[in-house]
Design a protein around this ligand. Structure first.
Ligand code: NAD
Length: 260
């Protein structure tokens, strides 16, 4: 039951973030949506979620490459909705290319969006959570926070960084009623994955069908995608009172990928 709680979910105009934002609203919590996209479509998503759930749903357009906009998003949540109980650092992008050809601007962007944005949001959220005596920070890492795959140097580096950051924050806030954990999903069928299938096909000189079976699903012993509902399950546990002793941990929801 998330009634009376307020959550920010970064990168929640699509995919996993949108599913987690919907889960917060379904549990009775107010939500700040964030992410890129067509403004009219985002407004439709916001209004639909508000109407169907009866909670307050706001949108903040912070660009996750900009620290000052991220700090403004956190202040906006508290200003508009009165508090901040749950921060989900979820926004992320991917670029698939060998290290020697990796575009330097893509490297910088991935580190900024996938790693540094979590720092900016967390540093702004902690004082609010400390003052409330409770808080939950959930970082969307990846199986690639624990193991690597070729051609994803920036993403793998950023996601390993997220796990280190998660552990450090957890130690710093352990006595303040705040927890900080990472979720490490395997492949989930969202735009970030469907977009990379074509890139992987080009980089590996394979067909898109081969990429799907021999690269993407080959990683997962279950031979299927992880669903957003399966991520919602661990997320709702982590933000609940029962999750109070889960701190600084990484939860693999990857169909067995990293057990190999
Ligand atoms: P997605 O592409 O559907 O969603 C990404 C979200 O991030 C979108 O809302 C997008 O607008 C937002 N975003 C991107 N750049 C942004 C920026 N500069 N400022 C603000 N928002 C920005 O992908 P997804 O699969 O839902 O990914 C969500 C998270 O889950 C990412 O961190 C991703 O790395 C992680 N993840 C995904 C998978 C998977 O297989 N889909 C697996 C493991 C981890």
């Amino acid at each position: 039951d998330l009634k009376g709680q307020v959550a920010i979910v970064t990168g929640s105009t699509s995919g996993i973030g949108l599913a987690l934002a919907r889960a917060v609203a379904a549990g009775g919590g107010d939500v700040v949506l964030n992410g890129l996209g067509d403004p009219a479509e985002i407004e439709r998503t916001r209004a639909d979620l508000e109407a169907s759930s009866g909670v307050r749903v706001r949108y903040h357009p912070a660009d996750m490459t900009r620290g000052e906009e991220i700090a403004d998003m956190v202040a906006f949540a508290q200003g508009e909705l009165g508090r901040l109980d749950i921060l989900v650092n979820n926004a992320g992008i991917q670029h698939v290319e060998s290290v020697e050809k990796f575009p330097t601007d893509q490297w910088e962007k991935i580190i900024a969006i996938n790693l540094s944005s979590a720092f900016y949001a967390t540093r702004a959220a902690i004082p609010i959570m400390k003052a409330q005596g409770r808080g939950r920070i959930v970082n969307m890492a990846s199986a690639h926070g624990l193991v690597a795959s070729p051609f994803k140097s920036a993403y793998v580096a950023a996601k390993h960084g997220v796990i280190g950051f998660t552990k450090t924050v957890a130690l710093e806030v352990a006595r303040d009623g705040i927890t900080c954990n990472a979720i490490c999903p395997g492949f989930v069928e969202t735009p970030i994955v469907t977009k990379q299938i074509a890139d992987q096909a080009r980089t590996r000189n394979m067909t898109e069908e081969q990429v799907l079976t021999d690269v993407i699903l080959a990683a997962q012993p279950t031979k299927r995608f992880v669903t957003t509902d399966e991520l919602t399950g661990i997320f709702l546990y982590l933000v609940s009172d029962l999750g109070a002793s889960a701190n600084g941990a990484s939860f693999s929801i990857d169909g067995g990928w990293t057990a190999q």
